[in-house]
Structure formats: C-alpha cells, structure tokens
Design a protein around this ligand. Sequence first.
Ligand code: HEC
Ligand code: HEC
Length: 220
Amino acid sequence: MSAVTRRIKLISAVCVVLAALSQHALRADDAAGSAAHGAQLVSTCSGCHGQHGEGLSASGFPRLAGQAAPYLAKQLRDYAGGTRENAVMASFAKALSAQDIADLAAYYSTLSAPQAKPAREDARATTGGRMLANLGDARAGVQGCGNCHGPGGRGEAPLLPYLAGQHAGYLAAQLGAWQQGTRHNDSGEQMAALAKKLSAADIAAVSAYYAMQTPPTPQP
Ligand code: HEC
Ligand code: HEC
C-alpha cells in the first residue's frame, strides 16, 4: 500500500467517525424534543388545547402554552402509565412514541397564548386565595403554593408547573383529583398531602386567584 493510499484510507476512516459523531449529536437533540416536528403532530391536540395552546376554560381543557417541556412530557407519560387517570388523555398519550412526546412537549413549551379573561365574580373569592398562595395556612399545616410554584405561581422549570393564568375550573379539578387519589403522579406525594388539607372553599379561592394572575411567557 502506497503512502498516498494509506493517507486516503486514514482520511476516509476519520470521515466515517465524524459522520457517526454528528449523527449521534442529531439524535441527542431529537431526544430533547424537536418543536418543529411537534408542530406537525399537533393537529390531534389543538381541537381541545387550542391553536396557541390556550386551552378551553369551559370544557376543562388546560392551557399548555409556555409550560416547561419536561413537565409536559412527564404528564403525557403519566397518563399513558396510569398514575394520572384520565380516559381521554390516556388514549392519546398511549398512541404517542417517546419521541412524539418529547416533540409535542417542546412545541407547546415555545408557545405564548393570550390569557382567558376571568369571570368578574372571581375577584371576590381571591383574598383568601392570595393568602393561601403566598403565605399558606399555618393552622391547617399548608405552606404557601409559591414556595414550590414560584413567585406569582409562574412555575419553576423543569418540573413545577405554572399555575398563573391556568383556568380556574381545571386547577380546582386537579386539586380534587389529588384529594381523591385519581392523580397520584407526584413522586414525593407533596401535592396529595397538601390537597387533602384544603377545604372546598380554599380550592375555589386559590384556583380563582391563580386564574387571574398573568401566565409566564416562554424563555427564548
Ligand atoms: C378531546 C380533548 C383533548 C384532546 C384532543 C387532547 N387533550 Fe390533552 N387534555 C384534555 C383534558 C380534559 C385534560 C385534563 C385531564 C385531567 O384532568 O387530567 C388534558 C390534559 C393534558 C395535559 C396535562 C396538562 C397539565 O397542565 O398537567 C397535557 C400535557 C396534554 N393534555 C397534552 C395533550 C396532547 C399533546 C394532545 C395531542 C396528542 C392532547 N393533549 C389532546 C383534553 C384533550
Ligand atoms: C412542596 C412543593 C409544592 C407545594 C408547596 C405546592 N405544590 Fe402544587 N405541585 C407540586 C408538584 C411537584 C407538582 C407537579 C406534580 C406532577 O408531576 O404532576 C404540582 C402540581 C400542581 C398542580 C397541577 C398543575 C397542572 O398543570 O396540572 C396544581 C393545580 C397545584 N400543584 C396546585 C397547588 C396549590 C394550589 C398549592 C398551594 C395550596 C400548591 N400546589 C403547593 C408541588 C407543590
């Protein structure tokens, strides 16, 4: 083998290794979720969750816009696995591959949707809700929601969802689901323990309060 042939062989071997490495890098990006591919899958979801991920208050369809991707992906896995019980979402989630879940979660995390206008009567319920959200209720042994959900309920990525601007009916339904044990996907059981200490009036007030707060906009 001439020196030239050896050099050509060496160069082509290096090229093969570099190509394999860049393939690997692409796959790693994909696993993190491709919002562009998520956008192609979303037509199944937007009938309920809205064109901009704004949800639909009256039907109990949550806002997804700007929610952190790891939180959204976890919920889809939890519906598929049954630790979060909901027949409709379970059937959609079970039909998605792990990659589809990552892509849809990435897509919704980039969206920014206008806030639904809260009903006027909500304003009266929210004084108690504001106290509970920001200070908790020492007598009931409930810490302020903001300790975990961030100041103003704006969420703490990756796994603590924003509550600000989420629909009141949906928030109340989730607190009820934790009380009844149909949502048991929070590994530390923190939400289940906390929800069981809340009265129906507490749930209505804190849900109304958060629904009126401004939701976060996605970080670029
Ligand atoms: C027929 C209406 C409907 C369709 C279509 C639908 N969803 Fe949902 N989705 C819901 C409802 C209702 C809930 C709340 C269920 C519950 O109480 O847990 C929900 C909840 C969710 C949640 C949890 C949100 C949170 O804040 O925890 C995610 C994530 C989600 N859906 C993603 C999707 C994706 C992605 C698709 C498309 C593949 C989709 N949904 C299609 C009705 C729908
Ligand atoms: C000790 C931390 C902690 C505190 C305090 C806390 N939460 Fe949570 N909350 C969580 C975690 C963790 C999750 C996400 C669980 C999961 O993975 O689904 C969550 C999720 C939620 C959700 C579901 C949101 C969605 O999009 O489905 C609601 C509603 C909620 N919390 C309300 C409250 C309220 C109201 C309070 C105060 C009364 C509160 N939380 C206090 C940890 C906390």
